[in-house]
Design a protein around this ligand. Structure first.
Ligand code: GLU
Length: 454
């Protein structure tokens, strides 16, 4: 029987969580959950100059937002806290003792020597074959420079251990069984395998995943649209949609369809199904996933996420009846909008009836003197309805249009603009029902006086 799966996500705190990093984290998380293994989070922060608590927090909060929980590593609130036994937190900056110890071991075994104040690794002179679960066997020939002198630095003269060394020591110490990471690290792997062998330990299995490129095939940089996970948080995307989209960047499920939750993905995901070719990032496609996931979201979660989005934009709903807030937000769920767009679709629900802001163009088109009699009759019909429901409101409006011999649009436009201030929004009859008799009556009266030139 093979050893239980242990995988890790090992980001360097660069100040943001790159979409490629998030996808690497996702694949590791999925594989751990798929195999019933352990997902370790390790912050590779030996490069002190670049590190700050804020840079670490960006990574932790990005992973939490995506729902990628880790089993070992920094826990909530203790990024600054004590190191607790072997359950982490794993910050390389706190593991200096382990690295010094391992450096001594290499020296004792004759694999490391000092020169010019630095510690060098005596690299193998033979070509190294990298057995990779995604790209197959890769033989990395020595570069010209390496052919002359293949040795490389383990610990710099200023005492800082280099990435390759701490990365391998930790994978070894943490019992990592599978290294799933970006293909940009394939070129480092010969060094890593040689180090494992020097320690007398079998290297983990490797799965290098293809890169995520821009649509035009260029490399994605920090400034590119979609490059940072925080951009999705700020942009009002649903994390479920981001997870779904990222899962398909470089992995093809055997299952039919492409709409998955993280829980759907766990049984489906496996390393051999990772693609060999690079993936291209398409924001339109992500928006499509957002649309589909929002429409399927349980109402409670849609409402709580919507309330949060409104609050961020300065709209406070806590002064309103919770049932009203819920009903109001649910009139837009099926639109599948980004949560950032929600204020523009629902703000009219949360203002006083005499404070509805009329869009200038909408007002010029719909709230004109000819609308006055229309608004008046509509208000009378609505007022007389025994039941103030979307169906009854719709029937009343249509009946009036038929009697007047006009298209429904002639009634709909001034009614909608009068009640919401805009020409587009949630379904008119549903929003009228949610606003309710009193609000609608007051708003139509105000619309009438605005249309009449008051
Ligand atoms: N700290 C490395 C990075 O952020 C991780 C390399 C690895 O996963 O082995 O690219």
């Amino acid at each position: 029987m093979s050893a239980p799966v242990r995988v890790r996500f090992a980001p360097s705190p660069t100040g943001y969580l790159h979409v490629g990093g998030a996808r690497t984290a996702l694949f590791n998380w999925l594989y751990a959950r798929h195999a019933g293994g352990t997902f370790v989070l390790r912050i590779e922060d030996t490069d002190n100059a670049r590190n700050s608590q804020a840079a670490v927090d960006v990574i932790l909060s990005g992973l939490r937002w995506l729902g990628l929980d880790w089993d070992e590593g920094p826990q909530t609130g203790d990024a600054d806290g004590p190191v607790r036994g072997d359950k982490g937190p794993y910050f390389q900056s706190r593991r200096g003792e382990i690295y010094r110890h391992r450096a001594e071991e290499l020296k004792a075994k004759g694999f490391a020597y000092e020169k010019d104040g630095a510690l060098f690794f005596r690299m193998t002179r033979d070509p190294v074959t990298i057995p990779d679960l995604v790209v197959g066997d890769v033989v990395r020939p020595l570069t010209d420079r390496e052919a002359v002198d293949p040795d490389w630095v383990l610990i710099r003269s200023d005492g800082v251990p280099v990435f390759h060394f701490v990365n391998v020591v930790d994978d070894l110490e943490m019992g990592i069984t599978h290294v799933i990471r970006g293909e940009d690290h394939l070129s480092n792997t010969a060094k890593h395998i040689a180090l494992f062998k020097a320690f007398g330990v079998e290297p983990p299995k490797y799965a290098h995943i293809p890169l995520i490129l821009n649509l035009d095939g260029s490399k994605m940089s920090k400034r590119d649209q979609g490059a940072s996970v925080q951009g999705y948080v700020d942009g009002g995307y649903l994390p479920e949609a981001v997870i779904n989209y990222l899962s398909l960047l470089g992995w093809s499920p055997k299952a039919v369809g492409e709409l998955f939750t993280a829980q759907d993905l766990v049984p489906l995901f496996d390393l051999p199904d990772i693609n060999r070719s690079n993936a291209r990032f398409d924001l339109k496609k992500l928006e499509h996933f957002h649309f589909e996931h929002v429409r399927r979201l349980p109402a409670d979660r849609f409402v709580s996420t919507g309330v949060e989005a409104l609050r961020r934009s300065g709209i406070e709903t806590s002064g309103f009846d919770p049932a009203y807030v819920r009903a109001a937000l649910l009139t837009v769920q099926e639109k599948g909008k980004l949560f950032n767009e929600l204020p523009g679709w629902t703000d009219f629900y949360f203002v006083a009836d005499d404070a509805v802001v009329f869009d200038a163009e909408a007002k010029a088109k719909a709230l004109v003197p000819t609308s006055v009699p229309v608004l008046e009759q509509l208000a009378t019909r609505f007022q007389a309805l025994p039941e103030y429901t979307a169906a009854a409101l719709e029937a009343a409006l249509k009946a009036l249009a038929a009697e007047l011999g006009v298209k429904v649009g002639v009634l709909i436009a001034p009614c909608r603009v009068g009640c919401t201030g805009r020409t587009v929004g949630p379904s008119l009859y549903h929003l009228l029902e949610v606003l309710g008799r009193e609000r609608v009556t007051r708003r139509l009266a105000r619309a009438k006086s605005v249309a009449g030139g008051a």
